[in-house]
Design a protein around this ligand. Sequence first.
Ligand SMILES: Nc1nc2c(ncn2[C@@H]2O[C@H](COP(=O)(O)OP(=O)(O)OP(=O)(O)O)[C@@H](O)[C@H]2O)c(=O)[nH]1
Ligand SMILES: [Mg+2]
Length: 459
Amino acid sequence: MTHLPSYPSHDNDTIAAIATPSGSGAIGIIRISGPKTYSIISKLWNNDFPESFETGKVLLGQMIHLESKNILDQVLALPFRSPRSYTGEDLLEIHAHGNPFLLNEILSQICRAGARLAKPGEFTKRAFWNGKLDLIQAESGAELISSTNERSAKMAEKYLQGQLSEIIKKMRNDLIVLRAQMEAMIDFPEDEDVQGLYYEEISDRLNRIEVRIKALLSTYEEGRRMREGIRVAIVGKPNVGKSSLFNALLQENRAIVHSTPGTTRDLIEECLDLEGLMVRFIDTAGIRDIDESVESEGIRRAQEKLKAADLVLAVFDTNHPFDEQDKKILSLLPQNSLSIFNKSDLDKKNNIQLVDPIFISAKTGEGIDSLKRKIIDYFNTTKSSSTEGLVLINIRHRVALERALKSLEKVQRSSVEKLSLEFLVSDLNILTDELGEITGEITNDEILGEIFSNFCIGK
Ligand SMILES: Nc1nc2c(ncn2[C@@H]2O[C@H](COP(=O)(O)OP(=O)(O)OP(=O)(O)O)[C@@H](O)[C@H]2O)c(=O)[nH]1
Ligand SMILES: [Mg+2]
């Protein structure tokens, strides 16, 4: 572990990569970053490339082959002069026509003129080393790109703007101030009374940080749902219309529907955007007491899904009297379940009284919209609001905060027991380092390697 990030000197060669997705498109962008950027473009520009390599200019010109001088493409070049660039180094974006062969040819000429191919995440890694982004912001750039729904993209955007970093840096700074005061007390010891008072103040300040860490940690579940989608499992006896409901919710014939019980043998999952909530509906095999190997495997999986689901839609048949099987299913249901009576277009033969039953017809579509509304309301009301809309979406942050919480509790215990300040200071050091690792104020090669290797090339 090294304190205070410093740019590794062996890593300052000039790098290049195609930054747009593979395949054809109107425009393809190549990025070059590093000290040789200007000399490279000068060699490959048809006319003299302007020496005023300034941030904010746009140049229209032609790129040429290094040896034959043949024109490769008409392009736009956007220079960014160090330090006013994404990486903090001299950086150039070349906007060419989005043909993969052409882009590869331009890239290979750039490499022959002095650059090397960038590794995944290398531009962002340089931005991090040069203090353009902290670690959370660097990660959220990748998070933003890979977000599969509006809410998680918006959250990644908040992170990118530094909202989470700010909270963590503030906590760390508060602890550093506390530590400095404690060190001063060690150097200039006061009498007994003052020490006693001071321990109370230490506990007080630690408690305030504890509340903040816990508030953040309590949002992780919501963050996970945001990222991966909310898992809503549809369960019930065979033939009650689970697959029909699944199709009606998705408004497409995704699952096979048939009058023979036992049609669905395997789990089918499909995502739906409900007012920005990403909901992952899971159609399951009907639950029943038979021992037919393939199907019972399906049932076993359905039960597993029941446990793993954020919400269970338990489907019953309005047209059939409530029987032993239904009772059994009812007893299996977790707290987070909604009871749904399907086939409401048929005669009502099911006379069981359940709390808040929802009547629908997957066939006619009756009640489907109000069911969707109930699902949205269910998740909107279970949302946490203690962290001003900021939720943890990254597992690394959660694990690191959990570790920090443990260290904090250790300092708290030492403070309550009025152990010597030296002890507290050394534990506080561990804690501030742990918080610093989240934002990258304290760096750790292993963490950095893992984070940046998951990025795409050109980012
Ligand atoms: N009248 C009426 N029939 C329905 C309704 N929903 C489903 N059905 C019929 O009920 C039968 C079973 O439907 P599925 O959706 O395959 O039922 P399932 O619960 O998925 O059945 P398994 O996969 O076998 O467990 C089919 O013949 C559907 O057409 C409904 O709302 N009204
Ligand atoms: Mg089915």
